[in-house]
Ligand binder design. Structure first.
Ligand SMILES: *Cc1c(COP(=O)(O)O)cnc(C)c1O
Length: 468
Protein backbone atom coordinates (compact mmCIF):
# COMPACT_ATOMS: atom_id res chain seq x y z
CA UNK A 1 0.00 0.00 0.00
CA UNK A 2 1.19 3.51 -0.80
CA UNK A 3 2.75 5.42 2.08
CA UNK A 4 1.34 8.89 2.66
CA UNK A 5 4.78 10.45 3.22
CA UNK A 6 5.81 9.49 -0.32
CA UNK A 7 5.11 12.01 -3.11
CA UNK A 8 2.03 10.79 -4.90
CA UNK A 9 -0.27 11.83 -7.72
CA UNK A 10 -3.75 11.08 -8.98
CA UNK A 11 -4.22 7.42 -10.04
CA UNK A 12 -5.60 8.48 -13.44
CA UNK A 13 -4.62 10.56 -16.46
CA UNK A 14 -6.72 12.96 -18.51
CA UNK A 15 -8.29 11.64 -21.73
CA UNK A 16 -10.76 14.44 -22.55
CA UNK A 17 -10.57 18.10 -21.55
CA UNK A 18 -13.33 20.63 -20.99
CA UNK A 19 -12.30 24.24 -21.48
CA UNK A 20 -12.74 26.69 -18.62
CA UNK A 21 -13.84 30.24 -19.28
CA UNK A 22 -11.98 33.09 -17.58
CA UNK A 23 -13.93 36.22 -16.63
CA UNK A 24 -12.92 39.67 -15.39
CA UNK A 25 -13.71 40.94 -11.91
CA UNK A 26 -16.16 43.46 -13.42
CA UNK A 27 -18.04 40.66 -15.18
CA UNK A 28 -18.19 38.65 -11.96
CA UNK A 29 -19.36 41.66 -9.95
CA UNK A 30 -22.26 42.07 -12.38
CA UNK A 31 -22.99 38.33 -12.51
CA UNK A 32 -23.26 37.88 -8.73
CA UNK A 33 -25.50 40.96 -8.38
CA UNK A 34 -27.69 39.55 -11.16
CA UNK A 35 -27.76 36.23 -9.24
CA UNK A 36 -29.00 37.96 -6.07
CA UNK A 37 -25.68 37.17 -4.31
CA UNK A 38 -26.64 33.50 -4.33
CA UNK A 39 -24.04 31.23 -5.96
CA UNK A 40 -26.80 28.69 -6.74
CA UNK A 41 -28.25 31.24 -9.17
CA UNK A 42 -25.03 31.82 -11.14
CA UNK A 43 -24.90 30.36 -14.64
CA UNK A 44 -22.08 27.82 -14.77
CA UNK A 45 -20.50 29.53 -17.80
CA UNK A 46 -19.66 32.46 -15.46
CA UNK A 47 -17.78 30.16 -13.06
CA UNK A 48 -14.06 29.38 -13.26
CA UNK A 49 -13.49 26.69 -10.59
CA UNK A 50 -16.78 25.18 -9.50
CA UNK A 51 -16.68 23.99 -5.88
CA UNK A 52 -20.42 24.43 -5.28
CA UNK A 53 -20.92 20.74 -4.69
CA UNK A 54 -19.49 17.29 -5.19
CA UNK A 55 -22.98 16.11 -6.12
CA UNK A 56 -23.20 14.75 -9.65
CA UNK A 57 -20.13 16.76 -10.70
CA UNK A 58 -17.85 13.71 -10.95
CA UNK A 59 -15.70 12.94 -13.99
CA UNK A 60 -16.70 9.43 -15.04
CA UNK A 61 -14.03 6.93 -16.06
CA UNK A 62 -13.55 5.62 -19.61
CA UNK A 63 -15.04 2.34 -18.38
CA UNK A 64 -18.18 4.14 -17.19
CA UNK A 65 -18.45 6.03 -20.50
CA UNK A 66 -18.12 2.73 -22.34
CA UNK A 67 -20.87 1.42 -20.06
CA UNK A 68 -23.20 4.17 -21.30
CA UNK A 69 -23.06 2.57 -24.76
CA UNK A 70 -24.36 -0.64 -23.25
CA UNK A 71 -27.58 1.02 -22.11
CA UNK A 72 -30.55 -1.29 -22.51
CA UNK A 73 -33.38 1.22 -22.69
CA UNK A 74 -36.21 -1.27 -22.34
CA UNK A 75 -39.02 0.17 -20.24
CA UNK A 76 -39.13 -2.89 -17.98
CA UNK A 77 -36.49 -5.33 -16.77
CA UNK A 78 -33.47 -3.68 -18.40
CA UNK A 79 -30.24 -5.73 -18.33
CA UNK A 80 -28.56 -2.72 -16.72
CA UNK A 81 -30.99 -2.90 -13.81
CA UNK A 82 -29.95 -6.50 -13.25
CA UNK A 83 -26.28 -5.55 -13.12
CA UNK A 84 -27.01 -2.53 -10.90
CA UNK A 85 -29.12 -4.60 -8.50
CA UNK A 86 -26.48 -7.33 -8.35
CA UNK A 87 -23.74 -4.77 -7.65
CA UNK A 88 -25.64 -2.99 -4.87
CA UNK A 89 -26.41 -6.35 -3.27
CA UNK A 90 -22.77 -7.37 -3.47
CA UNK A 91 -21.18 -4.18 -2.13
CA UNK A 92 -23.91 -2.83 0.18
CA UNK A 93 -25.38 -6.21 0.99
CA UNK A 94 -29.06 -5.32 1.34
CA UNK A 95 -31.69 -7.69 0.03
CA UNK A 96 -33.98 -5.34 -1.92
CA UNK A 97 -32.84 -2.55 -4.24
CA UNK A 98 -35.26 0.14 -5.39
CA UNK A 99 -33.81 2.60 -7.92
CA UNK A 100 -34.63 6.33 -7.62
CA UNK A 101 -33.66 9.36 -9.69
CA UNK A 102 -31.37 10.60 -6.86
CA UNK A 103 -31.00 10.52 -3.08
CA UNK A 104 -34.03 12.60 -2.17
CA UNK A 105 -36.27 10.26 -4.16
CA UNK A 106 -35.24 7.47 -1.79
CA UNK A 107 -35.66 9.76 1.25
CA UNK A 108 -39.15 10.67 0.10
CA UNK A 109 -40.26 7.05 -0.18
CA UNK A 110 -38.68 5.95 3.11
CA UNK A 111 -40.13 8.95 5.03
CA UNK A 112 -43.58 8.56 3.50
CA UNK A 113 -43.76 4.84 4.32
CA UNK A 114 -42.31 4.86 7.82
CA UNK A 115 -43.10 8.19 9.51
CA UNK A 116 -46.46 8.96 11.14
CA UNK A 117 -47.50 12.47 12.23
CA UNK A 118 -45.96 13.22 15.63
CA UNK A 119 -43.03 10.82 15.17
CA UNK A 120 -39.48 11.76 16.11
CA UNK A 121 -36.64 10.86 13.73
CA UNK A 122 -33.20 11.00 15.33
CA UNK A 123 -30.13 11.50 13.19
CA UNK A 124 -26.44 12.43 13.48
CA UNK A 125 -26.90 16.02 12.32
CA UNK A 126 -29.54 17.02 9.83
CA UNK A 127 -29.21 17.04 6.07
CA UNK A 128 -31.41 19.53 4.20
CA UNK A 129 -33.47 17.18 2.00
CA UNK A 130 -33.50 14.35 4.56
CA UNK A 131 -34.96 16.60 7.27
CA UNK A 132 -37.51 18.21 4.96
CA UNK A 133 -38.88 14.84 3.82
CA UNK A 134 -39.16 13.77 7.46
CA UNK A 135 -41.08 16.96 8.24
CA UNK A 136 -43.35 16.68 5.18
CA UNK A 137 -44.30 13.20 6.45
CA UNK A 138 -45.28 14.71 9.83
CA UNK A 139 -42.10 13.87 11.73
CA UNK A 140 -39.63 15.98 13.68
CA UNK A 141 -35.89 15.63 13.31
CA UNK A 142 -33.86 15.29 16.50
CA UNK A 143 -30.09 15.78 16.42
CA UNK A 144 -28.15 13.09 18.32
CA UNK A 145 -24.65 13.77 16.99
CA UNK A 146 -21.74 14.12 19.47
CA UNK A 147 -21.15 17.64 20.81
CA UNK A 148 -17.70 17.78 19.16
CA UNK A 149 -19.43 17.97 15.77
CA UNK A 150 -20.74 21.44 16.63
CA UNK A 151 -17.31 22.71 17.62
CA UNK A 152 -15.29 23.72 14.53
CA UNK A 153 -12.04 23.71 16.55
CA UNK A 154 -12.32 20.22 18.06
CA UNK A 155 -9.82 17.77 16.52
CA UNK A 156 -11.92 14.74 17.50
CA UNK A 157 -11.31 12.16 14.69
CA UNK A 158 -14.90 10.83 14.55
CA UNK A 159 -17.11 13.89 14.72
CA UNK A 160 -19.85 12.01 12.85
CA UNK A 161 -20.48 9.72 15.83
CA UNK A 162 -23.85 9.38 17.49
CA UNK A 163 -23.95 10.52 21.12
CA UNK A 164 -25.28 7.32 22.67
CA UNK A 165 -26.36 9.03 25.89
CA UNK A 166 -28.32 11.63 23.96
CA UNK A 167 -29.98 8.87 21.95
CA UNK A 168 -30.75 6.84 25.06
CA UNK A 169 -32.33 9.87 26.74
CA UNK A 170 -34.40 10.57 23.66
CA UNK A 171 -35.72 7.00 23.57
CA UNK A 172 -36.55 7.20 27.29
CA UNK A 173 -38.24 10.60 26.87
CA UNK A 174 -40.46 9.98 23.82
CA UNK A 175 -40.67 6.16 23.81
CA UNK A 176 -39.36 3.78 21.15
CA UNK A 177 -42.79 3.52 19.54
CA UNK A 178 -42.57 7.21 18.55
CA UNK A 179 -39.27 6.62 16.75
CA UNK A 180 -39.86 4.98 13.35
CA UNK A 181 -36.12 4.70 12.64
CA UNK A 182 -32.76 6.35 13.20
CA UNK A 183 -31.16 7.95 10.17
CA UNK A 184 -27.42 7.32 10.37
CA UNK A 185 -25.32 9.43 8.02
CA UNK A 186 -21.78 8.40 7.17
CA UNK A 187 -19.15 11.11 6.61
CA UNK A 188 -21.60 13.69 7.90
CA UNK A 189 -21.98 16.35 5.25
CA UNK A 190 -23.18 19.28 7.38
CA UNK A 191 -20.56 18.62 10.07
CA UNK A 192 -17.82 19.06 7.46
CA UNK A 193 -17.55 15.59 5.93
CA UNK A 194 -16.72 14.03 9.31
CA UNK A 195 -16.73 10.23 9.72
CA UNK A 196 -18.34 7.86 12.21
CA UNK A 197 -16.20 5.14 13.76
CA UNK A 198 -17.03 1.52 13.16
CA UNK A 199 -17.22 1.06 16.91
CA UNK A 200 -19.84 3.83 17.22
CA UNK A 201 -21.87 2.43 14.32
CA UNK A 202 -21.99 -0.95 16.08
CA UNK A 203 -22.93 0.62 19.42
CA UNK A 204 -25.64 2.79 17.82
CA UNK A 205 -27.17 -0.18 15.98
CA UNK A 206 -27.04 -2.27 19.18
CA UNK A 207 -28.85 0.40 21.15
CA UNK A 208 -31.53 0.98 18.49
CA UNK A 209 -32.13 -2.70 17.82
CA UNK A 210 -32.47 -3.43 21.54
CA UNK A 211 -35.44 -1.03 21.45
CA UNK A 212 -36.78 -2.43 18.18
CA UNK A 213 -35.83 0.73 16.26
CA UNK A 214 -34.50 0.13 12.73
CA UNK A 215 -31.40 1.99 11.54
CA UNK A 216 -31.34 3.34 8.00
CA UNK A 217 -28.00 4.43 6.70
CA UNK A 218 -27.62 7.58 4.63
CA UNK A 219 -24.95 5.81 2.57
CA UNK A 220 -24.22 8.78 0.30
CA UNK A 221 -20.57 9.03 1.42
CA UNK A 222 -20.22 5.68 3.20
CA UNK A 223 -17.13 4.63 1.22
CA UNK A 224 -15.32 7.88 2.06
CA UNK A 225 -16.22 7.13 5.68
CA UNK A 226 -14.68 3.66 5.25
CA UNK A 227 -11.43 5.28 4.09
CA UNK A 228 -11.28 7.33 7.31
CA UNK A 229 -12.00 4.20 9.36
CA UNK A 230 -9.13 2.43 7.58
CA UNK A 231 -6.84 5.43 8.23
CA UNK A 232 -7.86 6.38 11.78
CA UNK A 233 -9.53 3.56 13.67
CA UNK A 234 -7.42 1.16 15.64
CA UNK A 235 -7.30 -2.34 14.19
CA UNK A 236 -8.66 -1.22 10.80
CA UNK A 237 -5.47 -0.24 8.95
CA UNK A 238 -4.93 -2.06 5.66
CA UNK A 239 -8.43 -3.53 5.60
CA UNK A 240 -10.15 -3.46 2.17
CA UNK A 241 -12.72 -0.65 1.99
CA UNK A 242 -15.29 -3.03 0.50
CA UNK A 243 -15.02 -5.20 3.60
CA UNK A 244 -15.55 -2.25 5.97
CA UNK A 245 -18.51 -1.11 3.86
CA UNK A 246 -20.17 -4.51 4.17
CA UNK A 247 -19.61 -4.54 7.91
CA UNK A 248 -21.42 -1.19 8.22
CA UNK A 249 -24.28 -2.15 5.92
CA UNK A 250 -24.72 -5.57 7.50
CA UNK A 251 -25.47 -3.92 10.84
CA UNK A 252 -28.14 -1.58 9.45
CA UNK A 253 -31.62 -2.29 8.10
CA UNK A 254 -31.37 -0.46 4.82
CA UNK A 255 -30.08 2.73 3.23
CA UNK A 256 -30.94 5.76 1.19
CA UNK A 257 -28.28 6.62 -1.34
CA UNK A 258 -27.41 9.56 -3.53
CA UNK A 259 -25.22 7.89 -6.14
CA UNK A 260 -24.10 11.37 -7.24
CA UNK A 261 -21.40 11.35 -4.57
CA UNK A 262 -19.48 8.13 -3.66
CA UNK A 263 -20.77 6.17 -6.65
CA UNK A 264 -19.13 8.45 -9.24
CA UNK A 265 -22.11 9.21 -11.49
CA UNK A 266 -23.83 12.40 -12.58
CA UNK A 267 -27.34 11.27 -11.63
CA UNK A 268 -28.92 8.38 -9.76
CA UNK A 269 -29.75 6.92 -6.38
CA UNK A 270 -31.47 4.07 -4.63
CA UNK A 271 -33.31 2.84 -1.59
CA UNK A 272 -32.13 -0.52 -0.27
CA UNK A 273 -34.00 -2.53 2.35
CA UNK A 274 -33.92 -5.90 4.08
CA UNK A 275 -37.56 -5.97 5.22
CA UNK A 276 -39.66 -7.83 2.62
CA UNK A 277 -42.98 -6.13 3.41
CA UNK A 278 -41.51 -2.63 3.49
CA UNK A 279 -39.65 -3.29 0.24
CA UNK A 280 -42.88 -4.34 -1.43
CA UNK A 281 -44.54 -1.10 -0.33
CA UNK A 282 -41.52 0.87 -1.55
CA UNK A 283 -41.64 -0.85 -4.94
CA UNK A 284 -45.28 0.12 -5.18
CA UNK A 285 -44.60 3.71 -4.12
CA UNK A 286 -41.67 4.24 -6.48
CA UNK A 287 -43.96 3.82 -9.51
CA UNK A 288 -46.00 6.83 -8.38
CA UNK A 289 -43.13 9.27 -7.88
CA UNK A 290 -40.04 8.03 -9.70
CA UNK A 291 -40.70 5.40 -12.36
CA UNK A 292 -41.06 1.65 -12.67
CA UNK A 293 -39.25 -0.35 -9.96
CA UNK A 294 -36.63 -1.47 -12.49
CA UNK A 295 -35.51 2.05 -13.42
CA UNK A 296 -36.85 4.54 -10.83
CA UNK A 297 -36.10 7.63 -12.94
CA UNK A 298 -32.75 6.49 -14.30
CA UNK A 299 -32.02 5.54 -17.91
CA UNK A 300 -30.62 2.04 -18.49
CA UNK A 301 -27.23 3.57 -19.29
CA UNK A 302 -27.28 5.52 -16.00
CA UNK A 303 -27.72 2.28 -14.05
CA UNK A 304 -24.81 0.70 -15.95
CA UNK A 305 -22.49 3.65 -15.14
CA UNK A 306 -23.68 3.54 -11.53
CA UNK A 307 -22.86 -0.16 -11.17
CA UNK A 308 -19.35 0.47 -12.52
CA UNK A 309 -19.00 3.56 -10.30
CA UNK A 310 -19.75 1.52 -7.17
CA UNK A 311 -16.98 -0.93 -8.11
CA UNK A 312 -14.52 1.93 -8.70
CA UNK A 313 -15.51 3.75 -5.49
CA UNK A 314 -14.18 1.07 -3.13
CA UNK A 315 -10.69 1.18 -4.67
CA UNK A 316 -8.26 2.36 -1.98
CA UNK A 317 -6.07 4.32 -4.45
CA UNK A 318 -9.14 6.22 -5.65
CA UNK A 319 -10.20 7.23 -2.14
CA UNK A 320 -6.63 8.03 -1.17
CA UNK A 321 -6.40 10.52 -4.06
CA UNK A 322 -9.94 11.83 -3.59
CA UNK A 323 -9.68 12.48 0.13
CA UNK A 324 -5.98 13.35 -0.31
CA UNK A 325 -6.84 16.28 -2.59
CA UNK A 326 -9.24 17.62 0.03
CA UNK A 327 -6.54 17.22 2.70
CA UNK A 328 -4.04 19.09 0.48
CA UNK A 329 -6.37 22.06 0.02
CA UNK A 330 -7.20 22.13 3.73
CA UNK A 331 -3.58 21.89 4.83
CA UNK A 332 -2.57 24.78 2.60
CA UNK A 333 -5.44 26.93 3.93
CA UNK A 334 -4.43 26.13 7.52
CA UNK A 335 -0.87 27.20 6.66
CA UNK A 336 -2.29 30.46 5.29
CA UNK A 337 -4.03 31.10 8.63
CA UNK A 338 -7.57 30.60 7.31
CA UNK A 339 -10.05 29.36 9.97
CA UNK A 340 -11.40 26.02 8.73
CA UNK A 341 -13.27 23.17 10.39
CA UNK A 342 -10.87 20.54 11.71
CA UNK A 343 -9.97 17.80 11.29
CA UNK A 344 -10.16 18.21 7.50
CA UNK A 345 -13.13 16.21 6.21
CA UNK A 346 -13.67 13.97 3.23
CA UNK A 347 -15.49 15.93 0.53
CA UNK A 348 -14.70 19.55 1.10
CA UNK A 349 -13.21 22.33 3.18
CA UNK A 350 -15.51 24.23 5.48
CA UNK A 351 -14.40 27.77 6.27
CA UNK A 352 -15.63 29.22 9.55
CA UNK A 353 -17.25 32.45 8.34
CA UNK A 354 -17.81 33.81 11.85
CA UNK A 355 -14.05 33.78 12.54
CA UNK A 356 -13.22 34.89 8.99
CA UNK A 357 -15.62 37.86 9.13
CA UNK A 358 -15.98 38.74 12.84
CA UNK A 359 -17.28 42.23 11.96
CA UNK A 360 -20.40 40.91 10.18
CA UNK A 361 -23.33 40.13 12.56
CA UNK A 362 -25.06 36.75 12.17
CA UNK A 363 -28.22 38.56 11.00
CA UNK A 364 -26.26 39.67 7.92
CA UNK A 365 -25.28 36.12 6.94
CA UNK A 366 -21.46 36.21 6.95
CA UNK A 367 -21.15 32.84 5.19
CA UNK A 368 -23.45 33.90 2.36
CA UNK A 369 -21.43 37.13 2.01
CA UNK A 370 -18.15 35.21 1.91
CA UNK A 371 -19.33 32.96 -0.95
CA UNK A 372 -20.21 36.09 -2.95
CA UNK A 373 -16.89 37.80 -2.19
CA UNK A 374 -14.91 34.68 -3.16
CA UNK A 375 -16.74 34.49 -6.46
CA UNK A 376 -16.06 38.16 -7.20
CA UNK A 377 -12.37 37.77 -6.34
CA UNK A 378 -11.53 34.71 -8.43
CA UNK A 379 -14.58 33.08 -10.03
CA UNK A 380 -14.44 30.22 -7.50
CA UNK A 381 -17.96 29.08 -6.64
CA UNK A 382 -18.59 27.86 -3.09
CA UNK A 383 -21.76 27.17 -1.09
CA UNK A 384 -23.19 28.64 2.10
CA UNK A 385 -23.70 26.13 4.94
CA UNK A 386 -24.94 28.28 7.78
CA UNK A 387 -28.06 30.18 8.81
CA UNK A 388 -29.42 30.52 5.28
CA UNK A 389 -29.21 26.73 4.76
CA UNK A 390 -30.83 25.92 8.12
CA UNK A 391 -33.86 28.19 7.66
CA UNK A 392 -36.48 29.25 10.21
CA UNK A 393 -37.96 27.55 13.26
CA UNK A 394 -41.65 26.72 13.73
CA UNK A 395 -42.28 30.26 15.05
CA UNK A 396 -40.77 31.74 11.87
CA UNK A 397 -37.56 32.98 13.47
CA UNK A 398 -34.18 32.55 11.79
CA UNK A 399 -32.14 29.74 13.35
CA UNK A 400 -28.48 30.59 13.89
CA UNK A 401 -26.59 27.27 14.02
CA UNK A 402 -23.29 26.96 15.86
CA UNK A 403 -21.60 26.32 12.51
CA UNK A 404 -21.75 29.26 10.09
CA UNK A 405 -19.67 27.85 7.26
CA UNK A 406 -18.87 28.10 3.59
CA UNK A 407 -18.11 24.86 1.84
CA UNK A 408 -15.48 24.43 -0.85
CA UNK A 409 -16.60 21.07 -2.19
CA UNK A 410 -14.23 19.09 -4.36
CA UNK A 411 -15.74 17.20 -7.31
CA UNK A 412 -14.26 13.74 -7.77
CA UNK A 413 -11.50 13.35 -10.39
CA UNK A 414 -12.21 16.78 -11.95
CA UNK A 415 -9.66 19.36 -10.81
CA UNK A 416 -5.88 19.22 -10.43
CA UNK A 417 -3.61 20.31 -7.60
CA UNK A 418 -2.94 23.56 -9.54
CA UNK A 419 -6.63 24.44 -9.34
CA UNK A 420 -6.44 23.91 -5.59
CA UNK A 421 -3.52 26.38 -5.46
CA UNK A 422 -5.64 29.03 -7.22
CA UNK A 423 -8.35 28.52 -4.59
CA UNK A 424 -5.85 28.87 -1.72
CA UNK A 425 -4.46 32.05 -3.27
CA UNK A 426 -7.91 33.65 -3.53
CA UNK A 427 -9.15 32.64 -0.07
CA UNK A 428 -5.89 33.83 1.54
CA UNK A 429 -6.14 37.17 -0.27
CA UNK A 430 -9.71 37.69 0.96
CA UNK A 431 -8.64 36.72 4.48
CA UNK A 432 -6.07 39.54 4.46
CA UNK A 433 -8.72 42.07 3.35
CA UNK A 434 -11.67 40.59 5.26
CA UNK A 435 -12.81 43.96 6.63
CA UNK A 436 -13.71 45.00 3.07
CA UNK A 437 -16.40 42.32 2.92
CA UNK A 438 -19.90 43.45 3.98
CA UNK A 439 -23.12 41.63 4.97
CA UNK A 440 -26.28 40.73 3.06
CA UNK A 441 -30.05 40.89 3.59
CA UNK A 442 -32.87 38.95 1.91
CA UNK A 443 -34.78 40.46 -0.98
CA UNK A 444 -36.59 37.17 -1.70
CA UNK A 445 -36.99 34.16 0.55
CA UNK A 446 -38.66 30.99 -0.74
CA UNK A 447 -40.60 28.75 1.63
CA UNK A 448 -38.73 25.44 1.14
CA UNK A 449 -34.94 24.88 1.14
CA UNK A 450 -34.51 28.63 0.86
CA UNK A 451 -30.76 28.51 0.21
CA UNK A 452 -31.32 27.19 -3.33
CA UNK A 453 -33.37 30.11 -4.64
CA UNK A 454 -33.08 33.00 -2.14
CA UNK A 455 -31.97 36.44 -3.33
CA UNK A 456 -30.01 39.04 -1.37
CA UNK A 457 -28.63 42.57 -1.56
CA UNK A 458 -25.64 44.15 0.19
CA UNK A 459 -26.50 45.81 3.52
CA UNK A 460 -24.14 48.68 2.75
CA UNK A 461 -23.09 50.17 -0.58
CA UNK A 462 -23.41 48.43 -3.91
CA UNK A 463 -21.21 45.36 -3.44
CA UNK A 464 -20.27 42.83 -0.74
CA UNK A 465 -16.62 43.37 -1.64
CA UNK A 466 -15.62 47.01 -1.32
CA UNK A 467 -12.68 48.26 -3.37
CA UNK A 468 -9.30 48.94 -1.81
C1 LIG B 1 -26.73 14.92 -1.50
C2 LIG B 1 -27.21 14.28 -0.28
C3 LIG B 1 -28.52 13.81 -0.16
C4 LIG B 1 -29.58 14.04 -1.22
O1 LIG B 1 -29.26 13.43 -2.40
P1 LIG B 1 -29.64 14.05 -3.84
O2 LIG B 1 -29.06 13.06 -4.78
O3 LIG B 1 -29.04 15.41 -3.93
O4 LIG B 1 -31.13 14.10 -3.91
C5 LIG B 1 -28.86 13.17 1.02
N1 LIG B 1 -27.99 13.02 2.02
C6 LIG B 1 -26.73 13.48 1.94
C7 LIG B 1 -25.80 13.30 3.08
C8 LIG B 1 -26.30 14.15 0.81
O5 LIG B 1 -25.06 14.63 0.75
Amino acid sequence: MMQTEQVWAEPWKIKVVEHLRMTTQEERQAAIAEAGYNTFLLPSRQVYIDLLTDSGTTAMSDVQWAGLMRGDEAYAGSANFERFERTVREYYGYKHVIPTHQGRGAEHILSRLCIRPGDIVPGNMYFTTTKLHQELAGGTFEDVIVAEAHNPDSEFPFKGNVDLRKLEHLIARVGAEKIPYLSLETNVNMAGGQPCSLENIHATCDLCHRHGIPVYLDATRAVENCYFIEQRESGQSGRPLAEILREICDRTDGCTMSAKKDALVNIGGFLALNDDALAEQARNTVVIYEGLHTYGGMAGRDMEALAIGIEESVDWQHQHARVGQVQYLGQRLIEAGVPIVRPIGGHGIFINAVDFLPHIPREEFPAQALTAALYIDSGVRAMERGAVSVGRDAAGKNIYPSLELIRLTIPRRVYTQAHMDVVVDSVARLHRRAEQIGGLRFTYEPRYLRFFQARFEPCQGTSVLREL
